[in-house]
Design a binder for this molecule. Sequence first.
Ligand code: ADP
Length: 576
Amino acid sequence: MLSTAIEVPSEVSEMKLRRRGLLGGFNRFRLMLTLGLAVLLPAAALIYVNFSQLRTFERDKVLEKAIHRDFQEMLAITEKKINKKAVSMTEDARNLFPSPGSDVEAKEKKLDEILAKSPWLAHAFLYEEDVMVFRSQSDQMEKDRYLRKEHEHMAESYNTWFGSEGKALVEGLYKKKRQMTFITGPIKRADCNAYGMTVVFALPQYSKEDVVIAGVSFDPCYLQQTFFPGVLNEQVTEKLTEQGGNQVAMMVYPVEMEMAPGAKPLATSAGWGEGEPEVSRKLDDVFRGLALGIKYQGTSVEALGQTWVHRSFLILGFLSLMIIGGLVLTRHIVNKELALARLKSDFVSNVSHELRTPLALIRLYAETLELGRITTGDKKQRYYRIIRKESERLTALINNILDFSRIEAGRKEYEFRNTDIAELVHNTLESYRYQIEQQGFAFEENIDPNLPAVPVDREAIARALVNLVNNALKYSQDEKFLGVKLYRDNGVVKLEVADHGIGITRRDQSKIFEKFYRAGDPLVHNTKGSGLGLSLVRHITQAHGGEIAVESTPGKGSRFILSLPLSAAAQQPAVS
Ligand code: ADP
C-alpha cells in the first residue's frame, strides 16, 4: 500500500506505544499469574507431595510390610495344608488298625499290612493290655542299621512310657479333637539325615476306658523328599496362577538351626536357590520343631521395594518433565497469541489511518473544486488526478482487506484462465507508471514478449504485482529504483520485482509473509501499512501452484521472485 504524507506527531505515537507496551506487559503478567496459579502451583504441589510421599514410603517400608503380611498369610495356609495332609494320611492308616479282641499274631499281620500299603510309614504299633506290638518296614530294616536301632529303641521306650503313663495319655488323647498327638525329632537314616514324625493316637473302635494306644511313624526320607516338597511346590504354583507377579519359593527347616547362614533347609520348593527366608513361621501343631520359610525367587523384598521406588521416581520424573514441557509450550503459545493480538491491534489502527487519509484528501480536493475557486485548468487536472489516485489507493486497500477476510474464512475463490501474462503485467505497470516516475523512481521494465499463455486469475496476479510494486516504492529511501522482470525459466514463468531500498534482515525474511507481520525497521514503522500485502501475495502464488521467494540485503535492496507454473495441472487449491 502507498504511504501518505500525513505524519502522526512523534510524541503521540510514542505515548501510544508506551501505553501499549505497558498494557501488553500487564496482560502478559496477568496471564502468567493465572498460568502460575492454575497450573504451575498445583503441578508443583503434586510433584512435591508425590516426591515426599515416595520418600516416606521408602522410609516406612510400607510396601515391605504389606508383602510380609502376604507372606505370613501364605505360610499360615501352607502350614494348615501340611497338617491336614499329614492328619489325613494318619487317619487312613488308623482306619486299618485291628479291632478289639485280635490276638498278637493277628495284630502283627494287620500292622504289616498297613506298612505294606503305606510305604511312607516307617513303623506302626499297637499297645493293648500291657502288650506292645511294634512293627517296622521289614525290607528296610534289613538294609538300614539305623532303622533297626530305632525300631528296638522305640519299641522299648514307648512300651515303658505307655506302661507307666498309659492311662493319663489315653485320657489326654480323648480330650484332643483328633485324638492324636505328634512327636517330632531329628532322625538318622542310611539314606538321609532328616526329621521324623510319630503320631500316637487312640483307636475309636476301643472303649475309652481301655488303655489302648496305637501309632505310626512317618518315614523321614519320605517326609524330606516327597511330602514337604510336594506341598510346597503345590502352594508356590497356586500362588503364581492365582496372583501372578514375582514367583515365590518356600522351604522347611528345623527350628534349632534358625537358618544360620549356610545351614541347609530340610526341604525346599523349586527355585529356592540359596539364601535366607524373608519371612518364617514356626510350625506348632503336627510338625513342632520345624519352621516354614518363604522368599521371592532370585530377589528380595527390599530389592523389590527399591526397584518399585526407583521406578516410581522415574515415572514421577518423567511426568514432571512432561508438565514442565507443557508449561513451556503453553507459555510459548500464550506469548505467540499475545504477539498476534498486538499485531491485530496495530493492524486495526494502521488500516483505519490508511482509510482516513485518502478519504480526507479526496474530500478536501473535491470541496475545493466544488467551491469553484480553482480557475487554472492545470491545477484542476492536478486535483482530479489526486482524487483518482487516492480513490485507487482506497480501492487497493479495501480489496486487500476483503481478500484477506475471504482467505481467513476459507471462501477465497480463484478463476483461472489462459492469459497473456506479458500483457497483464505490462498493463498493470502502465497504470502505475506515472505514479512511479512522479515519486522519482528509475523504472526498468523487462518483459519477455514470447511467453506462452499461462492459466492464472488475472485480478489476483495483478493484485500480487501491485502489492510488490507498492512495497518497493514504500521501502526505498535514497536510491529510488524499481525493476520488474518477466521471463521464462524451465517450466515456470518468473515475475521479479526488485528495488534498491532498505532491504530485509535474514531473520525477517522468513516472517514477512506471515499475516500482520511488519519488520522492526524505523522506516517501516513510519510507513503506514497493514502487514497483509505479502501474506496475500503468498496465498495467491500458492493458489496458482507457484512459490514466492525473497532475496535481500539490508541497506542494499530486495528482490521478490514469484514463480508460476506454465501448466494448469500444477494449480492447487488455495492454501491459507
Ligand atoms: P505492509 O507493507 O503493509 O507492512 P506487507 O505484508 O506488504 O505489509 O509487508 C510486510 C513487511 O515486509 C513490511 O512491513 C516490511 O517490513 C517488509 N517488506 C515488504 N516489502 C519490502 C521491500 N521491498 N523492502 C523492504 N522491506 C519490505
